[in-house]
Design a protein around this ligand. Structure first.
Ligand SMILES: Nc1nc2c(c(=O)[nH]1)N[C@H]1C(S)=C(S)[C@@H](COP(=O)(O)OP(=O)(O)OC[C@H]3O[C@@H](n4cnc5c(=O)[nH]c(N)nc54)[C@H](O)[C@@H]3O)O[C@H]1N2
Ligand SMILES: Nc1nc2c(c(=O)[nH]1)N[C@H]1C(S)=C(S)[C@@H](COP(=O)(O)OP(=O)(O)OC[C@H]3O[C@@H](n4cnc5c(=O)[nH]c(N)nc54)[C@H](O)[C@@H]3O)O[C@H]1N2
Ligand code: SF4
Ligand SMILES: [Mo]
Length: 743
């Protein structure tokens, strides 16, 4: 007997609703849920492979604990005993910062990853916190923090109503979008064109997205901030600055005008390899469009001027009056957002409250650069203890971060490491304890993070599609128990973690004058929460306190968990709406157009005007059937064009004697790799491209299919020293490399 169950896809940021076919306890099929309020039936090949990914025989079924040097199957009790015994002595002897925490990308795709790591970090009190954000979007957080006072206030293009979209370093036809949650991003771009809108793509590669564009500018990698500064210059020079209704909320317009004075289109032309007239046209098109948005992603963030580029993206939206207006770029309002407080001056955003021990990198958003993890483990200094114990949750930095070989060695030298991971892979193979979460079909789902970045306000929740298999533990419980074991409360009931958070959150809410529960008794409120588990009670609490919530009875029509459960395909909460000035949390209560750290970093960008370009630079690429480092183990998602090849332009290939299909050696500051060449004019001259997440050939892993076509680790070409200084984000694109065709 087969049945169906609904499940939001956790495999990329698009959050499509899936209808799973289930035979017994096995997912045998997945199709798009046509009734889903947001995705309306869209699905991509990864979603369609949900069943295969879910049932991958290489997924670990129970915990592993290292005994006599070898990882062996163990009971959950033994595993958490080992965690407590591994971490507590390190804290007691060397202090909290000697315990590092690495949080990887899938934490934003699980409920557990949203709900428990904050409690773990607060309980540990460590400053050694590293996440995938510093390989990804930290520049955007920093620029939002500086401009708007809130690192999480990220404007999202109003994709369904936009007139003109300028995409920078993003390839949503492969990635399905990022920091812009939009199921069927490709369809939404096509709809933009059908309604007469225009699309411009800035990308050194002629991607599938670029092919859809009305204008494609194949910029030299790493130089977007120069181009955007020049576009800003043109807006001022040609009298095109028109912030309109934003004007009363802005501070520093004149200073901004001065700051971009040197960045004329002519001055940036050589560095960007973009003709001055093209830059002027880009600025004029943006200003002339009835509504427009500039949107930058990986290619605009993971570069030396990532924060400046991310800042300029919003500056252009602001100067053209497109920020916070329908059809432009707006701040979403998610159902689990905190109760919006009244607008007004706030604490602002501060960078560099502490620094990394070895290279003195400033913290950003409470994090240190993941690029610096290896040195924080393997290098002794007088400034405190190296990291001796590590907690890794859903992270594979040996492949995703720079210089995997060094990190690989460093992980091997730790006193203790625990990985919460379904696979024994390049990173988790170093763990002393591996705690495997159940497959996604057995986990509940709600998108805490992506709803705050979605092109439409909506809310959806799924209970597990399949009951937990015997011997499995929910990832929420794993992380709650891990938190207790790591913070000196080993063995306590995991619901204690949820009760603690509920008590603290409600205790705070009743004191806030703007909260719907102001002045009420937190215990009385807690008693009203519904849900069959701690995480469900927490979701209920967040929904009820949130902007659409029932306020614990104050607004009886408002959202509750019960109401959400009664709408299995989700509840639409309407299009994005203007929200300023409420989201601003700067000290001035305004948008601070030229924050000091940005002004201080501009001379570095000015220096780039005269820099001679590198002869050959490397950029990345994504494939629709892949996702970072962990989906190469599913046969349906590998092969064909999804291969770890080096794209090289025919002119470069000829000059360097590289033949199509032949192995070429690529050398960078961190090492060298050999990969087959794919000669294609899909990359511009002077640029080569290798995808990331490959290199599955290390011993001691258990990913049998991935090992049959391992590919190479592109991040071995990096030594971890190239960072965007303001955000600590790794430079992963525009990296100088040398190529030699083997003899
Ligand atoms: N050169 C280059 N490098 C890059 C990038 C690039 O563009 N170029 N992109 C960067 C970006 S944007 C990112 S986000 C990072 C990603 O880098 P990471 O954060 O390391 O993420 P993944 O490589 O996806 O590895 C995720 C890990 O989580 C595990 N996992 C999967 N599902 C679950 C789950 O439900 N629960 C738990 N606990 N674990 C799970 C997987 O087995 C895997 O070990 O890579 C970065 N690295
Ligand atoms: N299929 C698939 N989907 C994914 C992922 C995946 O691995 N596979 N990963 C997910 C994650 S974690 C993320 S963060 C998102 C990322 O989502 P996107 O940002 O859309 O990801 P990419 O496809 O890497 O697109 C980045 C583009 O930037 C270009 N680029 C490189 N350097 C520069 C530069 O200096 N300037 C400009 N203008 N462009 C440049 C590259 O050629 C590439 O086409 O995708 C998510 N979705
Ligand atoms: S686009 Fe993303 S969320 Fe949608 S089905 Fe594909 S992988 Fe899943
Ligand atoms: Mo990412």
């Amino acid at each position: 007997m087969s049945r169906t169950a609904l499940r939001i896809c956790p495999l990329c940021e698009a959050t499509c609703g899936l209808t799973l076919t289930i035979e017994g306890t096995r997912v045998t099929g997945a199709r798009g849920d046509r009734d889903d309020v947001f995705s309306k039936g869209f699905i991509c090949p990864k979603g369609a492979s949900f069943g295969a990914l879910d049932a991958d025989p290489d997924r670990l079924r129970g915990p592993l604990v290292r005994k006599d040097g070898e990882l062996r199957e163990a009971t959950w009790e033994e595993a958490f005993d080992a965690v407590a015994a591994g971490i507590r002595p390190v804290v007691e002897r060397y202090g909290p910062h000697a315990v590092g925490v690495v949080l990887g990308n899938p934490n934003v795709h699980t409920m557990a990853g949203a709900l428990y790591p904050p409690v773990l970090l607060a309980g540990l009190g460590t400053r050694s916190v590293f996440t995938a954000s510093t390989l990804d979007q930290m520049p955007k957080h920093v620029s939002s923090g500086l401009l708007f006072g809130d690192a999480n206030a990220i404007p999202v293009p109003d994709l369904d109503h936009i007139g003109h979209l300028l995409l920078i370093g993003a390839n949503p036809l492969e990635s399905n979008g990022s920091l812009c949650t939009a199921p069927d991003f490709p369809g939404r771009l096509k709809a933009l064109k059908v309604r007469g809108g225009t699309l411009t793509v800035i990308d050194p590669r002629r991607t599938r997205t670029a092919k859809l564009a009305d204008r494609h500018v194949a910029i030299r990698p790493g130089t977007d901030a120069l181009l955007l500064a020049a576009m800003t210059h043109v807006l001022f020079e040609e009298g095109l600055v028109a912030p309109g209704e934003l004007t009363p909320h802005l501070e520093g317009l004149d200073e901004l005008c001065d700051a971009v004075r040197d960045f004329t289109p002519e001055a940036v032309a050589a560095a960007c390899d973009v003709e001055a007239e093209v830059t002027r046209a880009l600025a004029r098109e943006l200003a002339a469009a009835p509504t427009a948005a500039v949107y930058g992603r990986i290619g605009s963030c993971t570069v030396p001027y990532g924060t400046l580029g991310s800042w300029l993206v919003d500056i252009l939206n602001i100067l053209t009056g497109n920020l916070d207006r329908p059809g432009g770029a707006l701040f979403p309002q998610a159902a689990t957002d905190r109760t919006p407080r009244p607008a007004g001056p706030s604490h602002g955003f501060t960078l560099g409250r502490w620094h990394s021990r070895v290279s003195q990198h400033p913290e950003a958003k409470g994090e240190l650069p993941l690029s610096a993890l290896a040195e924080e483990i393997d290098t002794a200094t007088e400034r405190g203890e190296p990291i001796r114990a590590l907690v890794a949750v859903a992270a594979n930095p040996v492949l995703s971060a720079p210089d995997g070989d060094r990190l690989d060695k460093a992980l091997g030298s730790l006193d203790f490491m625990v990985s919460v991971d379904p696979y024994l892979n390049e990173t988790s193979r170093h763990a002393d304890v591996v705690l495997p979460p159940p497959p996604p079909s057995q986990s509940p789902h709600h998108d805490f993070a992506f709803n705050t970045l979605a092109v439409r306000n909506q809310v959806r929740y799924n209970r597990p599609a399949v009951p937990l298999e015997p011997g499995r533990m929910a990832e929420t419980e794993i992380l709650a128990r891990l938190t207790l074991a790591a913070t000196g409360m080993h063995g306590a009931d995991p619901s204690a973690v949820d009760d603690l958070v509920i008590g603290q959150t409600l205790g705070k809410a009743v004191k806030e004058t703007w909260s719907p529960v102001h002045g009420r008794d937190p215990k009385e409120l807690a008693a009203q929460l519904t849900g069959v588990s701690g995480p469900e009670r927490r979701l209920d609490m967040m929904l009820r306190l949130g902007p659409y919530g029932d306020g614990f009875g104050v607004r009886p029509d408002g959202l509750t968990l019960e109401k959400l459960l009664a709408h299995p395909h989700g509840i639409d909460l309407g299009p994005l709406r203007p929200r300023l000035p409420q989201p601003l949390k700067t000290r001035s209560g305004k948008v601070e157009l030229l924050p000091q750290p940005i002004a201080d970093d501009l001379p570095r960008l000015r220096g780039a005007l005269d820099r001679l370009p590198d002869e050959l630079v490397l950029v990345g690429r994504r494939h629709l059937r892949s996702n970072n480092s962990w989906m190469h183990n599913v046969p349906a998602l590998t092969g064909g064009s999804n291969r770890c090849t080096l794209h090289i332009h025919p002119e470069d290939a000829e000059r360097l004697g590289v033949r199509d299909g032949a192995a070429v050696r690529v050398k960078g500051a961190g090492g060298e790799v050999t990969a087959p060449a794919e000669v294609t004019d899909g990359v511009r001259p002077g640029v080569v491209s290798l995808p990331h997440g490959w290199g599955h050939d290390r011993p001691g892993t258990r990913m049998s299919h991935a090992a049959t076509d391992p590919g190479v680790n592109v991040n071995q070409l990096l030594d971890g020293s190239l960072l965007d200084p303001l955000s600590g984000n790794a430079v992963l694109n525009g990296v100088p490399v040398e190529i030699t065709a083997p003899l």
